[in-house]
Design a protein around this ligand. Structure first.
Ligand code: FEO
Ligand code: CA
Ligand code: CA
Ligand code: CA
Length: 642
């Protein structure tokens, strides 16, 4: 997410270096990475034929595809024998009466009925509810943020374009955020979406939703528009997500700080909390220019109503989404469930910023597999934990419970609501382990291990055992190994777990500390792991965000075994168009389709609406790049990666 948020700059006061120096170094590193004179020059340099393949390397991987060659291209590419189908693009009309996409005449009304921007989390929910159907279902997609410079004419390049958007443009952007539900079908091997389906839905930065759990109704959650502290308009910066065994979907609010500003940011009574969450006076989106609620001088509490995990029911288009405060307030990358030995659920979530933490929320009760209604408010009661990785390989989960340890009135926490609204400070006091930007966290269905994607951390000056590389430019992946009760995994336990490092990213033999399977090829190494998924064999699919373009590497999707002789032997399966990161990934139950969200294509230095670095996926003369969902199928109809 190069232009979205300076995640590499910690707002955890731990790093022992002035923020200015960190910013300067980060910018110069970025300049080196993106130091191509302009987007137009970059476009000239990129090859149009993106189908470069290398022969299989042999070796012990169970994956049979020939891996791709690393390269930068205006186009995307997938391993030989597979096919890319573009399924949903920014602006595609999904609701009744929504117009066809016209990039030169976009309006708020049009955007409200169209597929949103910058798709991240992808979930396939089969239709009907409870079926294992792989040809018909609901695609549930997060819309994380907007690239103002690529959406509108005449606004220039870079993230600075955000503050130049006018009132109508910023309204369009707000409606391009959030989430979409779209009915999709596969017919004769081809995926398409159902326009005007009764299930189709847009959830945006303005959709009314409920606030529940311990922080609902607290003074810090009340605003002029909502004196009860229980109703909020919209969800923002929904990055990764998760789901529940009963078919609801969780959408996580990540870099919410980018939307709220005002002179009192960081200085008023909530100043310390603003600073801890990276809220600054001059917010990137500067929406406070047009809407009072984004101006902290006028609505000091509105920002406290963001940074939560939101649950909604995709099978009921009328359902009101709910912000579940029991899961804590953070830059939630996602929220992935695991079923524990006793039927309770754990929801794992990374707080994606340099030096932040990994959390899990454990429900108080077991879920019901037979009574969907009984699970309705299961996420309102339970215990939030934050992880501490011991140097000797032990894992400790520290409970964020008011009255326990330092989480008392003497330290400024009057009740559990305040622990949750200021989750980061509570975790600081408990002594959690500062991590290298925790992104997605997922459980391997075969070995029960929990995999944490640590994307990179330019702010780290001191290593710890679990984050062993200072100035970690390429990131790494950690396995948390929960204890067992008999044959079942105990995801609820506070103690008894261990951790290991699965791989250290970067180029083997070149980047210090890079570590994979020794047979990993020149094409198979990766940088900046972000989202991941497991197939039913327990093999991991890793999507990246932040590949080193100066080294000629695009972001992509990589596959690796997690056990056996091919453990940590990563292979490049899909390569994104320039500027894009790869999100999802998500497979249908039969594993014959892989959905990927291709986010921010064309997000390169100098890229503009008029002269973008790529016009993927349409390549029309005046068409800007469009963040899109693709479906990858095997040409012979077989299992992905088989
Ligand atoms: Fe939205 Fe942490 O990536
Ligand atoms: Ca992202
Ligand atoms: Ca991410
Ligand atoms: Ca990322």
């Amino acid at each position: 997410m190069p232009e979205n948020d300076p995640d590499d700059i910690a707002s955890n006061p731990d790093p022992r270096e002035p923020v200015g120096a960190l910013i300067e170094r980060r910018l110069s590193r970025r300049a080196a990475l993106l130091g191509l004179a302009s987007a137009a020059t970059l476009a000239d340099q990129l090859v149009a034929d993106a189908q470069a393949q290398v022969p299989a390397q042999g070796g012990p991987s169970t994956f049979t595809f020939n891996e791709l060659r690393h390269q930068l291209s205006q186009r995307d590419a997938v391993a030989e024998g597979y096919e890319i189908q573009v399924l949903l693009r920014w602006g595609d009309p999904i609701l009744p009466n929504a117009p066809a996409f016209d990039p030169k005449a976009q309006t708020p009304a049009a955007q409200a009925g169209q597929f949103g921007y910058n798709n991240d989390y992808v979930d396939f929910r089969p239709l009907p509810l409870g079926a294992a159907n792989s040809d018909h279902g609901l695609l549930c997609v997060n819309h994380e943020y907007t690239n103002t410079n690529l959406m509108f004419r005449g606004i220039g390049s870079g993230s600075g374009a955000r503050a130049r958007a006018n009132a109508e443009q910023s309204h369009i952007e707000r409606l391009a955020h959030g989430h979409a539900v779209v009915e999709i079908r596969k017919t004769n091997g081809a995926w398409s979406y159902v326009r005007d389906s009764r299930y189709n839905r847009r959830i945006t930065g303005e959709t009314p939703m409920r606030i529940s759990g311990p922080a609902a109704g607290h003074e810090l959650m009340k605003t002029n528009a909502d004196p009860t502290g229980t109703r909020v308009f919209g969800t923002l910066n929904n990055c990764a997500g998760g789901n529940t065994p009963w078919g609801t979907v969780l959408i996580a609010e990540e870099n919410f700080n980018n939307y709220f500003g005002g002179a009192s940011a960081g200085t008023g009574p909530q100043g310390a909390m603003h600073r801890r969450y990276g809220i600054v006076a001059n917010a990137q989106y500067a929406w406070g220019r047009f809407e009072d609620r984004f101006n902290l001088d006028k609505e000091p509490n509105e920002a406290n109503r963001f940074g939560w995990v939101v649950e909604y029911d995709p099978y009921d288009p009328e359902s009101v989404p709910v912000k579940r405060t029991a899961l804590g307030r953070a830059k939630h990358e996602g929220a992935t469930h695991a079923i524990s030995h006793d039927g309770r659920l754990a929801f794992y979530s990374g707080d994606d910023q340099a030096m932040e933490y990994v959390y899990k929320f454990v429900t108080a009760r077991a879920f019901s597999a037979t009574d969907r209604a009984a699970n309705r408010d299961l996420l309102d009661e339970g215990t939030l934990f934050v992880v501490r990785l011991q140097d000797d390989g032990k894992v400790e989960w520290l409970p964020l419970v008011h009255g326990q340890g330092p989480l008392t009135a003497a330290n400024g926490f009057a009740n559990q609501a305040e622990v949750l609204i200021n989750t980061r400070r509570a975790a600081d006091l408990l002594g959690a382990t500062p991590m290298d930007r925790p992104e997605d966290v997922e459980t391997n269905p075969i070995n029960g291990r929990v995999y944490v994607m640590l994307t990179n951390n330019g702010a780290r000056t001191e290593a710890n055992a679990g984050n062993p590389r200072p100035r970690n430019a390429h990131g790494h992946i950690i396995e948390l190994i929960p204890p067992r009760v008999g044959n079942a995994v105990d995801h609820a336990a506070a103690e008894g777990g261990r951790w290991e490092i699965f791989l250290m990213a970067g180029k083997p033999g070149q980047d210090a500390g890079a570590r994979y399977h020794r047979a990993t090829s020149d094409q198979g190494w990766l940088s900046c792991p972000d989202n991941c998924a497991f197939d039913s064999k327990g093999r991991i699919w890793i999507a990246t965000d932040g590949a080193p373009r100066a080294a000629g590497v695009a972001d992509g999707l990589y596959a690796a075994d997690t056990a056996g002789p091919g453990r940590a032997l990563t292979k490049l399966f899909y390569q994104a168009p320039t500027g894009a990161e790869v999100c999802g990934p998500c497979m249908t139950p039969d594993e014959r389709t892989m959905f990927l969200a291709i986010q921010h294509p064309g997000e390169d230095a100098g890229s503009t609406f008029e002269a973008p670095s790529t016009r993927w996926p349409d390549f029309g003369e005046v068409m800007p790049p469009r963040p899109s969902i693709i479906a990858i199928v095997k040409k012979d109809g077989g299992t992905i990666g088989s």
